[in-house]
Design a protein around this ligand. Structure first.
Ligand SMILES: Nc1ncnc2c1ncn2[C@@H]1O[C@H](COP(=O)(O)OP(=O)(O)O)[C@@H](O)[C@H]1O
Ligand SMILES: [Mg+2]
Length: 338
């Protein structure tokens, strides 16, 4: 699979009155064609900042201070206004956490589809827009006669499906979903993700799926990147992250929710609180909370490196690797087969 997106050395700062705060530090990853890549990590670790940067939707005080975001080989950060217009919606589109904030409450769904189609010259008249919008509603399992309703007449799950249909309106190659189902109950959450997966198989787009819910992600993603304090600390095939995490933080995240099969295990969680980005320590950012940290960890920052063929990790003493599996017998998390 070739790469659709390549993020290279991305650094994003928020310019505050107390000086710049680096919310994303030197992040590298790629998204392959047709792949679902997940980004997980605690609140405030920089996931949304990356999503907004990919869409070039970041606004002051956010500033991309270093790095490149390449989409099909073209740097998104250097696109002209007209290129950017085409890139948004047709190249990449985004589903935000709260559908209610994306839909205009005083306009019908029909009008909002028309607005998108018209702005991108995708239809020649209103009838054509209605026809296309009905098709899109159908693919997300919403009866087409609901097209003329207002957002408040839909349930939360339906609204989120409308937003997904809208995001797919211009057949994007990349769908970015930033906590798309966090506000919904688990049953609706699952239904929506199954639908998105089906659509991905049907249309072949790639997905960047962002959530703090690692258990949801493991079912849905091909690979998962784990973020901590603005840095990518591990990147691996989805199930490997849970079965044999290399980074102690990934291990902690995996142990923060109960398994569905096997013996009851005590959940360990992660002690401490996320780092204050205005006071970044000299060594590894996770070291103050890491139960395996040694002296080096507090002095020297680890760089993300290829630990094996398909896995990257930023840790001086990665766990569960062949180098030190014996010395550090971390209990492997049992993964529910779904
Ligand atoms: N407008 C802003 N001004 C200053 N700091 C911000 C702003 N938006 C986000 N941040 C900071 O950037 C960091 C990353 O935020 P965000 O990308 O929203 O994280 P996540 O999506 O992982 O919860 C956080 O520490 C947050 O406080
Ligand atoms: Mg966020």
């Amino acid at each position: 699979m070739s790469n659709l997106v390549e993020v290279k050395n991305l650094c994003v700062d928020y310019i505050t009155f107390d000086g710049p705060i680096r919310a994303v530090t030197d992040v590298n990853f790629n998204i392959k064609k047709g792949e679902i890549l997940g980004l997980a990590g605690e609140s405030g670790c920089g996931k949304s900042t990356i999503a907004f940067s990919l869409m070039r939707l970041h606004r002051p005080p956010a500033l991309i201070s270093e790095g490149k975001i390449e989409f099909e080989g073209k740097n998104v950060l250097e696109m002209s206004d007209s290129e950017l217009r085409k890139y948004r919606w047709q190249g990449a589109s985004m589903v935000f956490q709260s559908a209610m904030n994306c839909l205009n409450p005083v306009k019908t769904i029909e009008y909002q589809f028309w607005d998108v189609f018209d702005a991108h010259d995708m239809v020649s008249n209103r009838e054509e827009s209605i026809k296309k919008a009905k098709e899109l509603l159908r693919i997300v399992d919403i009866p087409e006669d609901r097209l003329f309703d207002y957002p408040h007449q839909f349930s939360g799950g339906m609204r989120q499906r409308v937003v997904i249909a809208m995001a797919l309106a211009l057949k994007p190659k990349l769908l970015i979903m930033d906590e798309p189902t966090t506000a919904l109950d688990v049953v609706v959450q699952r239904e929506i993700l199954q639908k998105v997966y089906q659509l991905k198989e049907q249309f072949g787009f790639s997905i960047l799926f962002i959530t703090h819910d690692l258990s949801l992600m493991v079912e849905f993603c091909d690979r998962i990147g784990i973020m901590y304090s603005g840095q990518l600390v591990e990147l691996a095939p989805a199930k490997e992250i849970l079965q044999s995490p290399y980074h102690p933080y990934s291990d902690g995240l995996g142990n923060s929710f109960p398994t569905l099969i096997g013996d009851l295990q005590e959940m360990r969680g992660i002690p401490g609180t996320p780092l204050d980005l205005s006071k970044v320590p000299p060594g590894c950012r996770f070291a103050p909370r890491c139960h395996l940290a040694k002296e080096t960890c507090h002095i020297k920052p680890p760089h993300i490196h290829q630990q094996n063929e398909c896995r990257l990790v930023a840790c001086h003493y990665p766990i569960n690797t062949s180098d030190n599996r014996d010395q550090l017998p971390i209990k492997l998390t049992q993964v529910a087969e779904v």
